[in-house]
Design a protein around this ligand. Structure first.
Ligand SMILES: Nc1nc2c(ncn2[C@@H]2O[C@H](COP(=O)(O)OP(=O)(O)OP(=O)(O)O)[C@@H](O)[C@H]2O)c(=O)[nH]1
Length: 361
C-alpha cells in the first residue's frame, strides 16, 4: 500500500531530476489526487441535493485534476510537470472563481479560494506565483464588486466580501513569505552541496583535482579514447628529495614549494590536459590525444622549467627537481595498469639519479 502510494506520488519523476523538480512532481501528483477525490465526493453530494450545475462543474474539475496526473504518467518528457501544473492551476482557479460566483453549497463556495495562494506559490514559484495571484485577485474582486455584485448569483453582503479579500491577501502574504524563505534555504543548501562536492574532488592546498576528482577525468577520457581510437598518455611526476625541502623550509615552506611546482606545471600544459595532485608530493598528468613520444617532450619541458626555476620562501632561495614516469593509457592498456607502469618508470627514474624522465622516447 505504502509502495503504491509512493509510486503514485512519484509518477513522472526520474533519478536524474534535481530535488526541486522531484518535489514539484510529488506536489502535482499529490494535489491531483486530493483534488480529484475531493471534487468527486463534493460533486456527488451536490448531485444528491439536486444542485446540478454545481455537481457538473465539480465532476468536470475532478476529471481535469485527474487528467493532470494522467499526463504525468503518459507523457514522460522533461517539461511535462510544467503542463500538468498549469492544468491544475487553471482548473483550481476557474473552479474557485466559479464557486465565488455561484456561492457553491449554501454560500460556502468562497472558502475554497484560500487554497489558491499556497498551491499557486508551491507550483509556480515566488515571482510567477505572485503575478498569477495578482491576476486572480483582480478577477475575484471584479466578480465581487462589479456593479454592486451584478456578476454574482448570491448576495454575500459588503462586510463578507471585503473580509474575504483581506483574509485572502493575508493568506497570500504568509504563503509568499513561506515560499521566499523556502527558496532562500534551498539556494543556500544547493550552494553548500556544490561547494562540498567540489571540495571532495579537489586538493585544498593546490586547488588541483585530487585522486577522486582525477579518476572521473581518467574514466571519461579513457572511454573517449576507446570510442574514437585516440591516443592518451599518463605521466606520474614526483618532486625529488622533497623531504629535504620540508627539513630546510619547514612544513609551510614545503607546502609553498608544492603550490609553486603545481603552478609551473599547469602553465606548461594545454587546456585539455589535466593535472592532479595524486598523493603527498606526487602529481599525475593526463594528456588526451597525445602519444608517448609527444608526452615525453611535454615532461621534459616541465622538468627543465622546474630545474631552472628558483623559489624564494622566507628569504631562503631554493631549487627543486622532478622525475617523471610515462605510460600509454590507450589501446589495450587499462588506465590503472598504465598508472602502475608509469609508477614503475618513475621508480626507475629515481634509482637512475632523479631529475629524469623515463622511458626515454
Ligand atoms: N609540506 C608538505 N609535505 C608533505 C605533504 N605531503 C607529503 N609530504 C612530505 O613529503 C615527503 C616525501 O618524502 P619521501 O617519500 O621520502 O620522498 P622524497 O624525499 O621526495 O624522496 P624521493 O621521492 O625518493 O626523491 C615526506 O616527508 C612527507 O611528509 C604536504 O602536503 N606538504
Amino acid at each position: 500500500m505504502k509502495n503504491l502510494a509512493l509510486a503514485y506520488i512519484h509518477t513522472g519523476d526520474r533519478p536524474d531530476y534535481d530535488s526541486e523538480k522531484s518535489r514539484l512532481i510529488a506536489v502535482i501528483n499529490l494535489f491531483s489526487a486530493v483534488g480529484t477525490s475531493l471534487t468527486f465526493v463534493l460533486a456527488t453530494r451536490a448531485l444528491l441535493t439536486d444542485d446540478l450545475p454545481l455537481a457538473l462543474s465539480l465532476y468536470t474539475a475532478s476529471l481535469i485534476f485527474f487528467s493532470s496526473h494522467l499526463l504525468m504518467r503518459w507523457r514522460r518528457s522533461a517539461d511535462t510537470h510544467k503542463y500538468s501544473s498549469t492544468i491544475l492551476l487553471i482548473c483550481l482557479m476557474a473552479l474557485t472563481a466559479y464557486l465565488v460566483h455561484s456561492g457553491g453549497a449554501r454560500g460556502t463556495g468562497p472558502l475554497w479560494s484560500y487554497l489558491v495562494p499556497s498551491v499557486t506559490l508551491f507550483m509556480a514559484g515566488l515571482r510567477r506565483g505572485l503575478t498569477i495571484l495578482a491576476v486572480y485577485f483582480c478577477v475575484i474582486s471584479a466578480l465581487l464588486f462589479f456593479n454592486g455584485g451584478q456578476w454574482l448569483l448570491i448576495d454575500y453582503g459588503y462586510e463578507f466580501k471585503t473580509r474575504l479579500l483581506y483574509s485572502f491577501l493575508t493568506v497570500t502574504f504568509l504563503s509568499a513569505y513561506y515560499e521566499y524563505t523556502r527558496e532562500i534555504s534551498f539556494k543556500t543548501i544547493s550552494e553548500l552541496s556544490q561547494k562540498f562536492e567540489k571540495q571532495a574532488r579537489h586538493d585544498p592546498l593546490t586547488g588541483l583535482p585530487n585522486r577522486r576528482g582525477m579518476w572521473e577525468h581518467l574514466t571519461y577520457e579513457y572511454e573517449r579514447s576507446q570510442r574514437y581510437r585516440l591516443n592518451m598518455t599518463v605521466l606520474v611526476c614526483d618532486i625529488d628529495h622533497y623531504k629535504k625541502v620540508n627539513d630546510t623550509l619547514g612544513h609551510d615552506g614545503g607546502d609553498f614549494i608544492l603550490k609553486e611546482v603545481a603552478t609551473l606545471m599547469s602553465e606548461q600544459l594545454r587546456k585539455q590536459d589535466i593535472l592532479a595532485r595524486w598523493g603527498g608530493e606526487e602529481f599525475l598528468i593526463l594528456l588526451p590525444e597525445t602519444n608517448t613520444q609527444q608526452a615525453f617532450i611535454v615532461a621534459e619541458k616541465i622538468r627543465t622549467q622546474i630545474e631552472n626555476a628558483e623559489f624564494t620562501y622566507n628569504e631562503q632561495t631554493l631549487s627543486v627537481t622532478v622525475s617523471f614516469g610515462i605510460a600509454d593509457a590507450s589501446g589495450k592498456n587499462q588506465v590503472d595498469q598504465a598508472i602502475s607502469e608509469a609508477d614503475g618508470y618513475l621508480y626507475k627514474a629515481k634509482n637512475a639519479g632523479r631529475n629524469t624522465t623515463l622511458p626515454k622516447l
